[in-house]
Design a protein around this ligand. Structure first.
Ligand SMILES: [Zn+2]
Length: 123
């Protein structure tokens, strides 16, 4: 007998489950059979993803996260400045506050001085 193996819920699966619940709630509020029928699609896709763990599911999730990351990063650029660590090259996020500071890199545990100007552009 083949053992059933479930995937850990990833970002895409959680998004699909949230979409399912939103469609279900809207279907109830607006008494819409179309929304109720449409809610089956994300639920089915989320169940399919959970029941068939594979490298392909991981690639789908990575694509979803990369699509989601671009607008979130654009929003965060208004409040933060991104600079690379001179010691290890890791991209670090700093509050958009003008001045000279001593930074700490959590990736390599290095410390280095940084200067953030008021009109700083992120890389
Ligand atoms: Zn570093």
């Amino acid at each position: 007998m083949k053992k059933l193996r479930l995937a850990r819920p990833d970002g895409l699966s959680l998004f699909l489950l949230c979409l399912f619940w939103c469609l279900l709630i809207f279907a109830g509020v607006f008494r819409s059979w179309v929304l109720l029928a449409l809610s089956v699609l994300p639920m089915g896709a989320a169940l399919f993803r959970l029941l068939t763990p594979s490298v392909r599911r991981k690639k789908e999730n990575d694509l979803f996260l990369s699509i989601l990351r671009a607008p979130l990063r654009a929003l965060s650029r208004r409040r933060y400045v991104f600079k690379s660590c001179p010691l290890c090259g890791a991209v670090l996020r700093f509050p958009r506050k003008a001045g000279s500071f001593r930074a700490h890199c959590p990736a390599c545990d290095g410390r280095f001085p940084i200067t953030i100007s008021s009109k700083e552009k992120s890389p």
